[in-house]
Design a protein around this ligand. Structure first.
Ligand code: 6PG
Length: 228
């Protein structure tokens, strides 16, 4: 059962400022405890402004290890790739060692790419996972009506076919893998998410409600996402 902590913000500026604070706090704690910070990035458009703000933070970048929650099966440098969004918004400007940025090899196709990423991430524990919310309640590339990968033996990463949000071929970390993270934060903005948020808050099972880490999830929500 997913434990939710809802944090409502009057606008996206306040939400993104808090998101940066949460990321820095998680990084400081992980680096102090274990000397590394394993962070999973969300795709889509919402996180871009958060990633841009991360360029200027003061941290030990050599301790950061970057992963992706999902990727679209497009050519490696395609502008619609989630990795390209993160690189152009932040990682090309930060000094995270490039050997510590683990891009999903989605250009290999969903099946081969998912297998390769699962092998690469097999024993990684994520300190923080950032996720978005789609209008239909999807998160990462886990869509309604598709297998969310909740089984205990679900792979780390799974191939996604026939995704309703183009491109249809994707790779996503499984709900089981995402739920094993120490901390999960959702970044949700825009009136278009109102129905998905209303379903979520009323307990209707949407893919986003299946990610259930032990300590619950924090949902940073723009007020405009709440039904009037
Ligand atoms: C993707 C994303 C997806 C995204 C949501 C929200 O590849 O599309 O991973 O899960 O986070 O669809 O997208 P926006 O932030 O653009 O609203």
């Amino acid at each position: 059962m997913q434990k939710c902590r809802w944090h409502v913000f009057p606008d996206t500026k306040a939400l993104k400022k808090q998101a940066v604070k949460e990321i820095v706090k998680a990084a400081d704690e992980a680096i102090a405890q274990r000397g590394v910070f394993n962070l999973v990035l969300a795709g889509g458009t919402t996180p871009r402004a958060v990633y841009e703000k991360l360029r200027d933070i003061k941290t030990d970048w050599s301790a950061w290890y970057i992963y992706f929650g999902d990727e679209r099966c497009l050519p490696a440098n395609h502008p619609d790739r989630n990795s390209v969004m993160a690189l152009t918004a932040w990682l090309n400007y930060a000094t995270v060692p490039h050997c510590q940025i683990f891009i999903i090899p989605a250009e290999q196709g969903s099946t081969m790419g998912a297998e390769a990423y699962s092998k690469l991430l097999n024993d990684v524990t994520f300190d923080l996972v950032l996720l978005g919310l789609g209008e239909d309640g999807h998160t990462a590339s886990l869509f309604p009506g598709h297998d969310p990968g909740l089984a205990p033996d679900a792979p780390v990463a799974q191939a996604v076919h026939d995704a309703p949000k183009p491109p249809s071929e994707r790779i996503s970390l499984s709900a089981r893998c995402l739920s094993d993270a120490k901390k999960v934060i959702y970044l949700v903005t825009g009136e278009s998410k109102r129905l998905a948020v209303s379903d979520w808050r009323s307990g209707k099972p949407i893919p986003a409600s299946l990610i259930a880490p032990k300590k619950g999830v924090d949902i940073l929500l723009e007020e405009a996402c709440l039904a009037p």
